[in-house]
Design a protein. Structure first.
Length: 247
């Protein structure tokens, strides 16, 4: 059954208004009409079985038939701070980590990032990335739309990471501290964050600042993973150990 997201204010007294770009998709691509049944999510974890009752030039109006709590959201909130990669790798990273259950993805401008964005280019990219996250969330049945945040500097990202219940940084030069150790020793963390470095790796100054902020570096094993591989690998491990993959 097709699934669409609306903001909570678009659901009033059992009437659901879809007036985003999804309205055109429903009418012109899916060619749905009055009486057809769709799933609408309020973006906060509630799904509605809804019947299309009216179609206008700019909106699709539905009647809510039933509602239920979405059961696809993990019991932990994972934020990924991802260094800006080359080419279209960020699109892949956002899509796959949305599928795996991340609630927030924060693009970060680190010293060795090849890609340099500024001004209006930043917001154009963010809007493109958010659209990819939205589409991935619909495809995999999420109960929320994960946020793609504005681009952060390294220090802005580290400052935010310090507020999480558990934060860490995979680093290829770390050899002793492993991911399983810090996950199993943590006291039931809910808000978890980690940072993935760029193709060129972290600078010594960045690693020093991470240590100064008491954020542990961890090893991911003997092989060095690409930046587009590392995030989904770490998120999969976190979801298995603390989330809902092993349930």
């Amino acid at each position: 059954m097709p699934k669409f997201f609306v903001s909570p204010d678009r659901i009033v007294n059992g009437s659901i208004t879809i007036d985003t770009g999804d309205a055109a998709h429903i009418k012109r691509v899916l060619r749905l009409g009055i009486g057809d049944i769709i799933t609408v999510c309020d973006s906060t974890g509630t799904d509605y079985e809804a019947k299309i009752s009216k179609i206008t030039d700019n909106a699709v109006i539905c009647k809510a038939l039933a509602s239920n709590k979405n059961e696809t959201e993990p019991n932990i909130n994972v934020t990924i701070y991802q260094a800006l990669p080359k080419a279209s790798k960020m699109e892949y990273i956002i899509q796959k980590n949305t599928e795996l259950g991340a609630v927030r993805i924060v693009p970060c401008a680190l010293s060795r990032c090849v890609v340099k964005l500024s001004g209006s280019d930043c917001e154009k990219k963010r809007m493109r990335w958010q659209k990819i996250a939205d589409e991935a969330a619909k495809q995999c049945g999420r109960g929320i739309l994960p946020e793609v945040a504005p681009i952060h500097t390294f220090r802005e990202a580290i400052e935010e990471m310090q507020t999480a219940d558990l934060s860490f940084v995979p680093y290829e030069c770390e050899s002793n501290n492993c991911l399983k150790k810090i996950l199993t020793e943590s006291a039931n963390p809910v808000n978890i964050s980690f940072m993935i470095g760029p193709e060129g790796g972290f600078t010594p100054e960045e690693i020093e600042h991470i240590h100064d902020c008491n954020i542990p570096c961890i090893t991911l094993g003997p092989r060095i993973l690409r930046t587009e591989t590392a995030g989904e690998a770490v998120l999969s491990m976190v979801m298995y150990e603390l989330g809902d993959i092993n349930k």
